[in-house]
Write a protein that binds this ligand. Sequence first.
Ligand code: GUN
Length: 291
Amino acid sequence: MIILDGKKVSNDIKEEIAAEVLKIKANGERVPHLAAILVGTDGASMTYVNAKVKACEKIGFNSTLIDLPEETSEAVLLEKIHELNTDDAIDGFIVQLPLPKHIDEQKVLMAVNADKDVDGFHPTNVGKMALDLPSFLPATPYGILELLERYNVETSGKNVVVMGRSHIVGRPMSILMSQKRKAGDATVTVVHSRTKDLAEITKQADIIVAAIGISEFLKGDMVKDGVVIIDVGITRVPDETKERGYRLAGDVDFDSVSPKASYITPVPGGVGPMTIAMLLKNTLQAREIHG
Ligand code: GUN
């Protein structure tokens, strides 16, 4: 069993990007600038956004964190987005999800200028992705492709089961892995909460991408020997033995699944760090687009 070490690979990618930043600086040009909007005080979202900003600092990007209170109106948020859309110093920005219930997420994502949409969530970018045109790929699926590629995991002709149909992970993942591309050319099945005989389907899978958000859902008796496991889940599970009162669990029951797996991502240290690295890669791409 080989661990797909997202922490190591993401550090390699960050070093590659940092080298590009040095070149930009040496040419006397402006370094990439990423902004992030966070609405509210959700613990996990604050952790993720802070990690994104810290990663920017580490590789030499400029970053701006716009921290808005939970009760921020949709109109005020849209105004902030408009400011970032029209600010030439900002190459790309993200609105951290989930948003508070009183804000229409789709309306917000559609307000982001597609050329600055480094999360790849705008319908223009989703459409381009589906049509195999150049676009910003959503960071988590992009990170998974990169991880599979860098470990030379064969995907061509393989049975891939994507668990979950979210707009952020499951849906784009299923599209990307079915395409003619590196870490693609797979036969993809999407399973979800209404799927019947789920275990019968997962047992046929050569590669499983678990992105359903239910901790330790996928057990050893639901997979075949030699399976490749990509665990996207990251849930806080109460744990009194830990000082912070919780532990982080994936969607995969690591103890029962890993003995059967040929490759597996750990949680934490698997997909999570890759997501951040690919967001930075998209921001570098945005900087190149804006010239
Ligand atoms: N919430 C969970 N994942 C993501 C992500 O990749 N981007 C944003 N903006 N919010 C998220």
